[in-house]
Design a protein around this ligand. Structure first.
Ligand code: ZN
Length: 312
């Protein structure tokens, strides 16, 4: 346990709006750069707040992992931009409404641009617009959706033969995940383009939305397995995964073995190691779908950066 506390830090605060005690685990390694620059880390905690309505609270966390200030981010109406309201402060200036910074993300090398030509994620909480595209990035169809709290707007250019309803379902799912992310790792967005390009043709079911969540947490989620998990896998693999071919079987096993007593490596770290062994063209989507399967069958447990409401 002591080892784990070295890699994650507990941050506790009481929401001034609803009075709930909230607990956050953050990975300091990811954040040290930001603390250096600003003197504090900014986080956003989305939770069921007053009147059981979803609310976003922006937090300012100092070097000692104390919450120095909290600001509720309020949405007024559908068309309005979210407004920042100060609730409690200890002399830390509230962020000025600044210009949106636009960041262009180059997709991974195996991005084909078959279905997805361009995606723009406008994140009002982080004051950033992420544009994921390759070269021109102009598609035949443009689709725009808003996240449930309206903090995230996603605009895509896709090929003409895609079904609008299906693409919209994906984007609503994605916007929801992005909106509730505590930490957005911008490097993962290059993988997001590759994943979506491959997936947009089919309706996202629960499994795919879990994959998308795993993808956006893959640089912070730490997968574990145990000897017993691997034994059970070996024993029941034929009943559980009747269609598994030899190549996939080996990959499932390598992933499980890699996760054995793993304490530090993330889903993304393992991908970097395993991708040399993977022959699939869409290696990352395939890898994420295996992780998702192993997680939903309970062969892998995940520890991740997350908020939860403490009991009592
Ligand atoms: Zn609250």
């Amino acid at each position: 346990m002591s080892f784990k506390s070295d890699i994650r830090q507990k941050v506790e605060y009481q929401c001034n709006k609803c009075g709930k005690l909230r607990i956050l685990f953050i990975a300091p390694v990811l954040q040290s750069g930001k603390v250096e620059t600003h003197g504090y880390i900014e986080y956003c905690d989305v939770h069921f707040c007053e009147k059981n309505e979803l609310n976003a609270i922006k937090l300012f966390v100092d070097h000692n992992y104390d919450v120095r200030s909290q600001v509720a981010v309020e949405t007024k109406s559908k068309s309005d931009e979210p407004a920042f309201t100060e609730l409690a402060g200890l002399g830390i200036p509230i962020p000025e409404k600044t210009e949106f910074i636009t960041q262009t993300i180059v997709p991974t090398r195996d991005f084909g641009g078959y279905n997805l030509k361009k995606i723009e994620i406008k994140d009002k909480l982080r004051q950033r617009t992420y544009v994921i595209m390759e070269d021109e990035g102009e598609g035949e169809k443009e689709i725009i959706v808003d996240s449930p709290l309206k903090f995230v707007e996603i605009k895509v250019q896709v090929s003409a033969d895609l079904k609008i309803d299906i693409v919209k379902e994906w984007l609503v799912g994605l916007s929801n995940i992005v909106e509730s992310l505590v930490y957005l790792d911008e490097n993962l967005l290059s993988y997001l383009g590759t994943y979506l390009d491959y997936m947009l043709i089919n309706i996202p079911r629960e499994k795919e939305l879990l994959e998308l969540t795993l993808l956006l947490h893959s640089s912070v989620a730490i997968p574990h397995s145990t000897k017993q998990h691997i034994e059970i896998f070996e024993e029941h693999v034929n009943e559980l995964f009747p269609d598994l071919n030899v190549v996939s079987y080996r990959l499932y096993k390598s992933i499980l073995k890699a996760c054995l007593e793993n304490e530090q490596k993330t889903i993304l770290n393992f991908y970097e190691e395993l991708k040399k062994k993977m022959t699939q063209i869409q290696a990352f989507p395939y890898y994420i779908s295996i992780i998702s399967t192993l997680v939903s069958f309970g062969f892998i447990n995940l520890e991740k950066l997350e908020f939860y409401t403490a009991v009592g």
